[in-house]
Design a protein around this ligand. Structure first.
Ligand code: IPD
Ligand code: CA
Ligand code: CA
Length: 273
């Protein structure tokens, strides 16, 4: 089975685990307003086990594993060509409240000797594939570098909205960035047509890529929140940078994704607050 088929099949199987509501969810606190459930861990373990069965020499950057083992040496990744970037449940707060907007997000990063990229701040390479699956809606977003972006097999494209005043945007408010982002949010509320707070960074990006929204800005996101979404947005014709318009760093906790047409005006708006 090719890697693209394997990834899409795998993420749907992970979705089935999320949908099986058997027994009471066990919820632990990782930090202030930051939770993890036993399902997050179950899905992450399932994904790593299945990927290793097929690709024993690949490595992982997975949310819960990284949380457990803060000393995970980035150098280890130097040994392997492919790194799977995994968020077993993005939108855990939604998931824990039975709010259906949560998804599984998986990206494959391929190291390359020649491509210089800020995508990983310790090595060069590129995002090869990205998949986001929203089990409650059976929505599978998938992109492969150079081959376009798809929702359940149908090609998707970013919106055509040209004016910020006519745009619908979304953002995230993670604990550590509330104070920093609220003034920018207030500014945006004043300037644009409407704002959404979905509670799952990967879904912000997938829905923006589909044209449901025109732009997304996110502070504080980790690589597993955004890696798959970044590729999906790019392949859907969108533009990606940090909020100043510089090359995105997946570890940089600063992301701007738009339909391209409102990119410059969003940079200006965010800088002015
Ligand atoms: C969170 C969500 C949220 C974003 C946070 C993430 P989690 O992921 O994507 O929208 O604001 O920064 O940590 O914890 O639900 O996987
Ligand atoms: Ca996440
Ligand atoms: Ca998560």
């Amino acid at each position: 089975m090719e890697m693209n088929i394997f990834l899409q099949d795998l993420i749907k199987r992970a979705g089935e685990i999320a949908l099986k509501k058997n027994g009471k969810l066990k919820i632990d606190l990782k930090g202030k307003n930051d939770i993890v459930t036993d399902k997050d861990i179950k899905i992450e373990n399932f994904l790593i086990r299945e990927i290793l069965k097929k690709y024993p020499d690949h490595s992982f950057l997975a949310e819960e594993e990284t949380f457990k083992n803060k000393n995970l040496r980035l150098d280890e990744y130097k040994k392997t060509k492919f790194i799977w970037i995994i968020d077993p449940i993005d939108g855990t707060q939604n998931f824990a409240c039975n709010f259906p907007l949560y998804g599984i997000s998986i990206a494959v990063f391929a190291k390359s000797e020649t491509t210089k990229s800020k995508n990983f701040n310790y090595m060069s390479g590129e995002l090869l594939m990205g998949a986001i699956y929203i089990p409650e809606f059976d929505q599978l977003f998938f992109a492969e570098k150079g081959k376009g972006a798809f929702l359940n097999g149908k090609k998707i494209r970013v919106s055509n909205t040209e004016k910020l005043e006519e745009s619908m945007l979304s953002t995230c408010l993670p604990e550590a960035y509330k104070k920093f982002n609220v003034p920018k949010l207030l500014k945006a509320i004043d300037k644009v047509r409407s704002i959404r707070l979905l509670g799952a960074a990967s879904i912000d990006l997938a829905y923006m890529a589909t044209g449901f929204m025109d732009g997304v800005w996110i502070f504080g996101a980790k690589p597993w929140d955004i890696a798959a979404g970044v590729l999906i947005v790019k392949e859907a014709g969108g533009e990606i940078s940090d909020s100043n318009g510089n090359l995105l760093d997946l570890f940089g906790k600063d992301l701007l994704a738009t339909n391209g047409k409102i990119h410059k005006s969003m940079i200006k708006m965010l800088a002015s607050a």
